[in-house]
Design a protein around this ligand. Structure first.
Ligand code: BGC
Length: 243
């Protein structure tokens, strides 16, 4: 099976071994075109797939709301994606069945099956911290798709503008300062959903010691994601396996 993860900076893909929940070959990454228009990004996906000579069912993640293959929002890609039948365009370009799903949902499904959320019931929220903030909400292991908790309002701002990894980099915040913002964000999400577990994904999941020790006062357990940057690819391939 094969998964592709469309991100704000790169389009990444690889064949996936679904027994192990891991990539079966080293992934291929091409830069996300700017502007990240549907045409340019679809060419990027085709390039990644062609690199492996893969033909067959394909799972593709998108950094926005996706309902029935149609991309409905585009916070960190070109607004030309709004209302586009991405599933149709991709399957025409690639000549096979395609499933398109939200990137955080894909990462969440992979973490719940192979990673930090394995076997966990109750309410679990995975947050991917990167260019934006993505969320995946699980109730007793079942996904509630397309939650957009990165766009909650925090102190009058879109939360992802304050607490994403991009915000930390753009504003050159110390880890401690950024962790303080993340804590406020987690407290807000906790107030609304009372989850049992937060799984923190995205590149920062590789460096939990930099920020988790600074986060206090949250009742839910907080753990770093285990599949790290490959979670989206694995989750996309899992969705493709159901086609
Ligand atoms: C989008 C989400 C996406 C997240 C991470 C947000 O800006 O609205 O749909 O999951 O970024 O890419």
């Amino acid at each position: 099976m094969f998964g592709v993860d469309i991100g704000g900076t790169g389009i990444k893909g690889a064949p996936v071994d679904l027994d192990r929940g891991d990539l079966s070959e080293e992934r291929c990454k091409v830069p996300t075109p700017h502007p990240a228009t549907p045409e340019g990004v679809i060419e990027g996906v085709a390039e990644v797939v062609a690199h492996f000579g893969y033909r067959g069912p394909l799972g593709v993640t998108f950094p926005g709301v996706v309902v029935d293959g149609v991309t409905r929002t585009a916070a960190n890609v070109d607004h030309g994606w709004i209302g586009v039948d991405a599933r149709k365009l991709l399957s025409e370009r690639l000549g096979g069945p395609v499933v398109v799903l939200n990137d955080a949902d894909a990462a969440g499904v992979a973490e719940m099956t192979f990673g930090a959320g394995r076997g966990r019931g109750g309410t679990v929220i995975l947050l991917t911290l990167g260019t934006g903030i993505g969320s995946a909400l699980f109730v007793d292991g079942k996904l509630v798709p397309n939650t957009e908790l990165g766009h909650l309002e925090l102190h009058g701002h879109d939360a992802e503008r304050r607490a994403s990894v991009k915000a930390r980099e753009d504003e050159e915040l110390s880890w401690e300062h950024w962790a303080h913002r993340l804590k406020k964000y987690l407290a807000h999400v906790e107030m609304l959903f009372s989850p049992d577990l937060f799984v923190i994904g995205g590149g920062v999941s590789r460096k939990p010691d930099k920020f988790l020790p600074h986060i206090h006062g949250i009742s839910a357990e907080i753990v770093p994601a285990e599949l790290q940057n490959n979670a989206g690819i694995v989750g996309a391939a899992m969705a493709a396996a159901k086609l």
